[in-house]
Unconditional design. Sequence first.
Length: 250
Amino acid sequence: MVDERDGDTGAARREPQRTVDCEDALAWLEARPVLEGSSAIASLPDWSEFPTLSLADWKAWFIRAAALILARVPPEGVAIFYQTDVKEEGTWVDKGYLVSRAAEEVGVDLLWHKVVCRRPPGTVTFGRPAYSHMLCFSRGVRVDMGKSTPDVLPEAGEVTWTRGMGVEACLIACRFILEHTRTRTVVDPFCGHGTVLAVANALGLDAVGVELSRKRARKARNLRAELREGTLVLSGAFGTGAPAEEGESL
């Protein structure tokens, strides 16, 4: 193993930490005050994961969950949401709007809104659109427009399951936190297989995940991301080329 040392002090660099709690995300957030020193990256569950809720009830749950995440992020941190809209009952459910509505309710400003292509432009899709939203909010952080990055991303990158956030999208989110905030811990309250956590650790950030499923929480503890020939590659739980878990596709 290479002994990486701080260039100024000569001390060995601290290994990034990761904690994954197997709990309900909202209960976990409600039990805690502001997450000092942390930023959040989240992808909230779809209506399809709540069979007992009506669409209206799920929308109310979604707004409440997003507002709670935003309320727990300190002014020096950011909250980044990665969400894919759905088409339900002949209507379009705009999750970007739902997150923005939650942000207005808690008084948090939008810093940027990116579109992440899930399919090539011009592709016809049915259950879900060909793109995802990635939105970043903060109370205190402001963006230097001279350091802007692309608003439309050609692809999300490798995923471990169909509900997961792609590696490239995770990399953009984590790099923004690293370069534009003083926070050095990434919290993902719906961490799934843990791609956000793995990418955060690969960049030297500590990571905290919350996942209700014990099986997915175990994967989130084990997933790793490493740089190979200039590309960030996943390994461990479900790395490159691994199939999605049965019953975990939309």
